[in-house]
Design a protein around this ligand. Structure first.
Ligand SMILES: [Zn+2]
Length: 329
């Protein structure tokens, strides 16, 4: 670490808005969020990347982004700082090693923020947990006692709500539904295993599978992405249809297994891949009908998220603004 940003003296107000940060491999997002969940100001920048980027440069970008969004909100007194970050991480100490940010390995993000925002509560959790929390707090899962949130994006993650409260597990890692094994002979997974839900249904895997079968996008401007697969599937391109069927079936199998373990009353699906439409959802529901046959798993609603790309910062803010979603010190 070359240097730490100096401490700020931001006034504390237990009833004030929260400062929220969402750290992803491609973008850093920040917001000032009112106690009821409304976004007062927000900003995002690309995550510094490349071989020459070191951890302190990413930290400097975080500091600049947080300063900017606070200023845009009129520099209010704050009730705390909430953070969602890609895993893995040491939790709750908040030392993060996001798979897609190689420059941060064991980076003490929570401690750095606590030094920067002296006297403020700083709370940090897995970004997928934050998205599940956001959907439970002000989105599709509002009012549900037991909910599973699943994010299908660059990876597949999840978060669990029981009794209206977020569940973290013994090391903060409860809800990693992306590593439910769907096909033991399936593709290698980033976790070191094989055939995990994430290895089959994450966005890049869907596009890679289609390309490997000879598909190329009709919309050249979209590139070989899941979005382009979804466009071509709607046009009836058979490999694209099959790519979504394969991913949707894997999702249905994964959700059926999760329902049996978790006994939740609702599943909320978010992330870019979840926007792929009926050609993803129909095979998913078919797999669910075939494999979720127990009374308590049959017919559990699986619904799309209500919050869009803001769910990461809204959920991060909820770690501070609601006591229901934070169970550590
Ligand atoms: Zn895995």
């Amino acid at each position: 670490m070359t240097h730490m940003a100096s401490a700020l003296h931001v006034p504390f107000d237990a009833n004030g808005p929260a400062l929220a940060l969402d750290v992803g491999g491609t973008k850093l997002a920040a917001a000032v969020v009112a106690p009821g969940g409304r976004i007062l100001a927000s900003a995002r920048v690309p995550t510094p990347s490349g071989d020459t980027v070191d951890g302190s440069q990413i930290w400097a970008a975080v500091v600049a982004l947080l300063d900017r969004v606070r200023a845009e909100a009129g520099s209010p007194a704050l009730s705390g700082v909430g953070v969602g970050c890609g895993g893995p991480m040491e939790w709750p100490v908040g030392e993060v090693s996001p798979l897609n940010i190689p420059a941060w390995r064991g980076f003490p993000l929570r401690a750095h923020l606590a030094d920067r925002f002296l006297g403020m509560p700083v709370r940090l959790h897995n970004d997928a947990v934050c998205m599940a929390v956001a959907e439970h707090w002000v989105g599709a899962g509002q009012g549900h006692a037991a909910m599973l949130g699943i994010v299908v994006s660059t990876g597949v993650g999840g978060g669990i709500i029981y009794g209206g409260r977020a569940v973290s597990g013994s090391t903060g890692n409860a809800g990693h539904v992306g590593h439910i094994v769907i096909d033991p002979a399936g593709p290698e997974c980033g976790c070191g295993g094989r055939g995990c839900l994430e290895a089959i249904a994450r966005g890049p895997a869907i596009a890679e599978w289609a390309v490997s079968r000879g598909w190329s996008p009709s919309r050249i401007d979209l590139g070989a992405t899941t979005e382009a697969v979804a466009v071509d599937a709607r046009l009836g391109q058979p490999i694209a249809v099959e790519a979504l069927r394969r991913a949707g079936t894997a999702l249905g199998l994964g959700i059926a297994s999760a329902l049996a373990v978790l006994d939740v009353d609702m599943v909320v699906l978010s992330g870019g891949v979840a926007l792929s439409g009926a050609l993803l959802y129909e095979p998913m529901h078919q797999a669910l009908r075939q494999h979720a046959e127990l009374g308590f798993t049959r017919g559990v609603p699986v619904v799309p998220a209500l919050l869009g790309t803001d769910s990461g910062v809204v959920g991060a803010a909820a770690l501070v603004l609601s006591e229901n979603y934070w169970e550590a010190d």
